[in-house]
Design a protein around this ligand. Structure first.
Ligand SMILES: [Zn+2]
Length: 108
């Protein structure tokens, strides 16, 4: 027996695991946000680890004051080639910051 959920936009009943409402196309995926406090020298390594875990929709690096320093979209990651410019940007952040916070948005 499959579990049905109701679309928040059009009230159609659909399977719980549907990513989009078949009627109105509303994105039904939920995201969870995780936060990691890292030292700047661990920033690049930790980011690589997180991106390799997959399921990530967005990765945000903040400084100690909660200011966003870098936002890496979901489409990066996994393939090493595309990640290189982001790692360079992370390196620049690590050079000036002492502590950072990584916020990771994943599909629930
Ligand atoms: Zn709908």
């Amino acid at each position: 027996m499959s579990i049905l959920v109701t679309c928040i936009k059009c009230n159609l009943e659909m399977p719980e695991n549907a990513n989009f409402c078949p009627n109105c196309g509303k994105d039904t995926t939920k995201t969870v946000v995780e936060e990691f406090d890292v030292k700047s020298e661990e920033l690049i390594q930790k980011t690589k680890e997180i991106l390799h875990e997959g399921n990530v929709t967005k990765l945000i690096v903040e400084n100690e004051e909660g200011k966003t320093l870098l936002e890496i979209p979901a489409t990066v990651g996994i393939v090493g080639v595309f990640i290189a410019p982001w790692l360079a940007a992370l390196g620049a952040i690590a050079a000036v910051a002492t502590k950072c916070k990584i916020k990771v948005e994943r599909k629930a």
